[in-house]
Design a binder for this molecule. Structure first.
Ligand code: ZN
Length: 91
């Protein structure tokens, strides 16, 4: 369940469900609203989409545990509220 104002962590956790279109419409809308306002998460989503395209599938194991941990605690993420000043680590 996504809160009215989902956090970046919510997005990271729910991205697989979003991409599998497993989210209820209301949550999907909140997810997309966050993406529209958060460049870091928008980039993260694009990377996930690229990964899926490359692998042809998406499972929990698609995201390496260390990558997930990095995303969840990365200092840049969660602070990417300034459009044009994204510091989300791309590589
Ligand atoms: Zn975000």
């Amino acid at each position: 369940m996504i809160a009215d104002n989902p956090t970046c962590q919510d997005v990271v956790v729910l991205v697989t469900e979003y991409l599998e279109e497993a989210l209820p419409a209301a949550e999907r809308a909140r997810f997309e609203a966050h993406l529209a306002a958060c460049p870091g998460c928008a980039i993260y989503l694009r990377q996930m989409q690229r990964t899926i395209k490359a692998l042809g599938t998406l499972t929990e194991e698609t995201i390496p545990a260390d990558t997930m941990a990095e995303l969840l605690r990365g200092p840049a993420h969660g602070q990417v509220t300034l459009v044009g000043r994204n510091t989300f680590p791309l590589e």
